[in-house]
Write a protein that binds this ligand. Structure first.
Ligand SMILES: [Zn+2]
Ligand SMILES: [Zn+2]
Ligand SMILES: [Zn+2]
Length: 228
């Protein structure tokens, strides 16, 4: 199941229990391959990779790490080729039957019993967008003279409420609001000088708010703008 950019944020800072690296980091080895109908395989487009959560102990790891370290060879005697079985490297639970072969990664390996559609799917470009956006919660960036970009997570509860109300007015839900929020910072008394506003993310015109309105949300891209 493809993770939205907002959901990707929930994985920020969490690590793979197998390799110890961040779940939001991947190498080219993690990238997904899909099996085609004619028996061949190709790299999935756009670039994506998967995370798998152990159904027994709930630990999450890169699918590639499960492939590399979860698939265990089961010996069957000297002259017989070994079987393969998926065993959780965290809790030791056996997660599949024994199989005579392990499908190669580039031939579209799937976790036995858990096809890719049931795994967490991360599109690499979405992960980049999240990382670029999350920088804004740490660094306030001045845009032009009047707007400052801030992260949704860094707002006060009053600001959150203002955005919630603004989203409500256009029939959107708070969880759809983009991570990057723009704050209009102009001197007091100058607010009546605002005669037009454009979305700082997509350029669409925003309604000019009455003086009591504290936030507007762009109908096109769900970007919130806080007003003085
Ligand atoms: Zn890993
Ligand atoms: Zn486990
Ligand atoms: Zn917009």
């Amino acid at each position: 199941m493809k993770l939205s950019i907002n959901k990707i944020g929930k994985l920020d800072g969490k690590t793979c229990f197998i390799c110890g690296k961040y779940l939001l980091n991947n190498t080219s080895g993690d990238l997904a391959y899909i099996r085609l109908g004619n028996g061949q395989s190709m790299k999935a487009k756009p670039d994506k990779y998967y995370l798998f959560r152990c159904p027994k102990c709930s630990r999450i790891g890169h699918k590639r790490c499960w492939f590399d370290h979860g698939e265990k060879k089961i010996k069957r005697g000297w002259f017989k080729s070994p079987d393969w079985q998926l065993v959780c490297p965290g809790c030791g639970s056996v997660l599949s039957d024994k199989r005579p072969e392990k499908i190669d990664w580039k031939e579209g390996y799937q976790i036995p019993g858990y096809p890719d559609q049931e795994l967490y799917e991360l599109v690499v470009s979405d992960v980049f967008s999240w990382k670029a956006g999350s920088m804004f919660s740490k660094v306030r960036t001045a845009i032009g003279n009047f707007f400052t970009a801030v992260g949704l997570g860094s707002l006060t509860s009053e600001e959150n409420k203002a955005i919630r109300d603004a989203a409500d007015r256009i029939g959107k839900k708070f969880q759809h609001i983009s991570e990057k929020v723009f704050r209009l910072e102009i001197p007091e008394g100058k607010t009546t000088d605002i005669t037009s506003l454009t979305c700082q993310n997509c350029g669409a015109p925003l309604p000019v708010p009455d003086p009591l309105v504290e936030a507007v949300v762009c109908e096109h891209c769900n970007t919130a703008h806080l007003l003085p």
